[in-house]
Design a protein around this ligand. Structure first.
Ligand code: ZN
Length: 135
């Protein structure tokens, strides 16, 4: 088995807010991130697939199909959007880096022909990332 990773970027806005809590509780837990006007990040996404090297092509996955799947399923939906307001998953889930990684996984699982999704890593900033390995 070999792993192959493709990187992509998107920029998006978000805020952290739990509807079950008071404004005071949201401010206490989430601090500045609870400002409901939102704030932006330049996210970096790394999608890792696993498989065997095709003896004919030398590839583990068709790179164009991997790129197209990431664009179609994730970046075209997330890029330059307000995640809380415009991306369906985050009407209910708080768009933390962790939840974004899970959402990306769910959007890509089964959508990359011939390859098995192995890991999704989302960087909110260069020194902070979340990884999801499914399950
Ligand atoms: Zn943020």
């Amino acid at each position: 088995m070999i792993l192959l990773t493709r990187r992509a970027e998107f920029s998006a806005s978000h805020y952290y807010w739990n509807e079950a809590w008071s404004a005071e509780e949201n401010a206490r837990v989430f601090g500045k991130c609870a400002n409901r006007n939102g704030h932006g990040h330049n996210y970096t996404l790394e999608v890792t697939v696993a498989g065997d090297v095709d003896p004919v092509t030398g590839f583990v996955v068709d790179l164009k199909q991997l790129k197209d799947a990431i664009e179609r399923e994730v970046t075209s939906v997330f890029d330059h959007r307000h995640l809380n307001l415009e991306v369906p998953e985050f009407r209910t889930a708080i768009p933390t880096t962790e939840n974004i990684a899970v959402a990306v996984w769910r959007r890509l699982e089964g959508k990359i022909p011939g390859a098995k999704l192995h890991k999704v890593r989302v960087y909110e900033m260069p020194d902070l990332f979340a990884e999801y390995l499914g399950g």
